[in-house]
Write a protein that binds this ligand. Structure first.
Ligand code: GLC
Length: 732
């Protein structure tokens, strides 16, 4: 529809119709969709159905075509519904969780995964996905770290932009494309205590320097929608934060699309204590610039009266309704209200071999080899027993894979049985995933307990461990231990799994651990007892195949940590790009006193950001700079030569970090500013160069101006965030 026609439509719509466009209904109004958040009575009625603008969490070409047809027939201006859903890491073909995708350091693989998710979701009738989640995370107690791509602003920005490109392509109207919704704006990943929905305390400078850059990359990539987060920022809930949305998101960051609240967040303004009643909640949310109310009764119940009383200018309603209509128009829904909803396409696309292959490739690229002593890995195949609750578990999808079917998942056990080298491998669960006395709540019901008899299961595992040359222990947290509302105060593995580890280690010293789960955990016991550790995260539909291929060396792990593994929960929040303090301390925590340290644990994480091993080895030459001085108008080149010094092909991720040694405000000890994946054959060398430009040196100075300052900088080129391979230059 031409813009002039759209303007005319808006003018012809009644006030009730315009308000209706600002309302998103929960899918379970039409079916038992996944209800996130308090699934209680939202206070919405069937009458609210008549004029609604959107539905959440309804899927399926047949169902959506039918609902769209019926809805448009009864709507006064036959305005199509917008169907939105959480396609976080795949629709039916499930990819690794975003935290694992961050570990790929491969924006092309991540973009391809998003494009596949879009193709499948579009065929199922979905128009918008609530992804990418670009929240910066530094606290593994927060369950939603699984949805982020990690602790670094630059990596998160690259990944968020790649996902937007994958979902939307160059035009979301095109077949197989859907609109992307950036979330959760802003700063949701830094809740106090790591407790979901809790207050967020960020200085303006930390918000601007650390949290906004990734959102900015998604906005610059053209995401069509932004979601307001649940949290308070400076004691103002995002859904009521006029400064955040009208000044920062729209004026400063240049976003012109539609803003949607999070689930029932407008109603929650009353619980926040900044709205005395629903009328006030409606007023402050619309004033803040929240265009669409996700699943609460606030807009639909109160805006009409507020306009008629003159409390809310109708212009506010028009502004938000315009953004909703514009999004529908950008998706071509006025001409093609079903867009790509097509049952034949669904059958052809969902879980296709090509999609499964892409998911497997992405999973393999996401695995991080944390330890590999005595060349425990790769396996030959017949020398190992496979023990642990994740050998047979189908729960390899992340908690947000709500439209997938666990039946489609290839378990480790199934992959072992299909591979000629491992089809006779002995297997045993050894113990349940969760401690029986620690029930885990799923989205809507407690997670079913494995019905194992503990002693029998343990004895069976020990007996096969005794007679095997090596033992692969498949351990980890249940997927429902991460995701929304899944914060945990204890990052250790379930006790039953630690007991299994001890029992197996008592009879076999050659232990390889494959670690599953949605967050970095306290894995000190694994580091102590295992000779090899592979972090597999929650690898998705093809997880079992990807794990077995990697263990057998058919895939050489190349993942690098997108979020560090803390030494223990006492360290969190912890991140590599920290400030130096006036008393920096690196060393034995039991020696010395007056340093910024703990008395009982080290400052350093167990495994740092950017870290990961390979089945081969790489060496780095010293850093070479094209010059040791640079003007603001100039640039310089930083280079390093990488060599594969091992015996098999492998891929290294060369990481570029910068440090500003002295500035008008304290600057991080290093900041990721670039990375490059380099595939090398044994003995092969490659020069890798990065161009350093003045804009990479900018920051918010003492006066909050975004500038660079003359002075000395260090450039690091290395395999992870702790590299000491550096050179110095001066910005004039
Ligand atoms: C939620 C989540 C958000 C999700 C939305 C819709 O509670 O915070 O990430 O997109 O509900 O399901």
């Amino acid at each position: 529809m031409k813009e002039t026609e759209l303007r005319l439509l808006l003018r012809e719509m009644s006030l009730e119709e315009k308000i209706g466009q600002l309302v998103q209904l929960p899918g379970y109004f039409q079916h038992e969709g996944a209800a996130t958040g308090p699934a209680g009575d939202m206070g919405l009625t069937q009458e609210d159905l008549r004029l609604a603008g959107s539905y959440l969490s309804i899927i399926g070409a047949e169902k959506i075509r039918k609902l769209q047809t019926e809805f448009m027939a009864q709507h006064p201006h036959h305005i199509p519904l917008l169907f939105m859903a959480d396609i976080i890491n795949g629709y039916r073909t499930v990819f690794p969780i975003p935290l694992a995708q961050g570990c790929t350091f491969d924006t092309e693989a991540v973009q391809e995964g998003a494009a596949i998710a879009a193709r499948e979701a579009a065929a199922a009738g979905i128009h918008v996905t609530f992804s990418p989640m670009a929240d910066l995370v530094r606290d593994a107690r927060w369950g939603r770290v699984m949805e982020s791509t990690g602790e670094d602003p630059y990596l998160n920005g690259q990944m968020a932009a790649a996902m937007v490109r994958g979902y939307q392509g160059d035009n979301p109207k095109k077949k197989g494309k859907i609109a992307a919704c950036l979330k959760h704006f802003a700063g949701y990943g830094a809740p106090e205590g790591g407790r979901d929905y809790n207050n967020v305390e960020l200085s303006p400078r930390t918000l601007l320097e650390d949290h906004l850059p990734a959102y900015q990359e998604a906005v610059d990539a053209g995401c069509e929608v932004v979601m307001a987060s649940f949290n308070t920022l400076d004691r103002v809930p995002s859904a009521a934060n006029e400064w955040l949305f009208r000044e920062v998101l729209r004026k400063k960051m240049g976003f012109s699309g539609m803003v949607i609240s999070d689930w029932n967040a407008l109603q929650e303004l009353l619980a926040h204590g900044i709205a005395a009643d629903q009328r006030e909640a409606a007023f402050i949310a619309l004033r803040a610039g929240v265009d669409m109310d996700m699943t609460s009764p606030i807009y639909t119940r109160n805006l009409k009266q507020l306009v008629e009383e003159g409390r809310v200018p109708e212009a506010w309603i028009d502004e938000s309704a315009w953004r909703v209509l514009t999004l529908k128009n950008k998706l071509g829904l006025f001409e093609r209200p079903f867009k790509d909803a097509d049952e034949e396409d669904e059958k052809a696309l969902l879980l296709s071999d090509a999609h499964r292959q892409a998911a497997r490739d992405c999973a393999e690229k996401s695995f991080v080899l944390l330890k590999n002593e005595e060349q425990m890995l790769p396996l030959q195949g017949d020398e190992a027993a496979f023990i642990g609750p994740y050998v047979g578990s189908p729960y390899l999808n992340g908690a947000w894979s709500i439209f997938a079917d666990d039946q489609d998942t290839v378990t480790v056990k199934a992959a072992l049985s299909r591979h000629p080298k491992t089809k006779k491998a002995p297997t045993a669960p050894g113990c349940p995933i969760n401690d029986p006395d620690q029930p885990v709540m799923g989205f809507q019901q407690p997670v079913a307990q494995d019905n194992l008899e503990p002693e029998t299961a343990l004895n069976e595992a020990v007996s096969i461990a005794k007679s095997a040359q090596k033992v692969v222990l498949c351990l980890g947290e249940h997927r429902e231990c991460t995701g929304e509302a899944a914060s945990r105060g204890d990052l250790t593995l379930p006790k039953c799994q630690l007991r299994l580890l001890e029992a197996v280690a008592a009879v076999n010293e050659n232990i390889i651990v494959v670690l599953f789960g949605g967050r970095p955990m306290d894995i000190r016991p694994l580091k102590e007892k295992a000779k090899a550790i592979l972090a597999a995260w929650l690898p998705g539909t093809e997880g079992g195949n990807a794990v077995v291929r990697t263990l057998l060396g058919e895939s050489n792990p190349s993942g690098r940590l997108s979020m560090c593994f803390p030494y223990c929960v006492g360290q969190v929040p912890i991140h590599y790009n920290h400030l130096n303090t006036g008393r920096p301390y690196h060393g034995d925590c039991h020696a010395g006193r007056f340093g910024s340290k703990y008395q009982d644990i080290p400052n350093e994480p167990l495994y740092p950001f950017g870290f990961g091993l390979s089945y081969t080895a790489f060496s780095y030459s010293p850093v070479r700079l094209s010059a040791d001085r640079m003007t603001k108008q100039g640039s310089l080149t930083a280079s390093v030569t990488i060599t594969n010094t091992g015996t098999c092909p492998g891929t290294e991720t060369v990481q570029l970090y910068l440090r500003d040694l002295a500035a008008s405000v304290a600057r991080p000890v290093r900041m990721l500013k670039g990375f490059r994946k380099v595939a090398l054959a044994p003995g092969e060398s490659r020069e890798v160069s990065f161009t350093v430009t003045e804009d990479m040196l900018r920051f918010y100075d003492l006066s909050m101006r975004y500038v660079s300052e003359p002075g000395d900088f260090e450039i690091f080129l290395g395999p992870d965030s702790q590299t000491q391979n550096k050179a110095r230059f001066t910005l004039e």
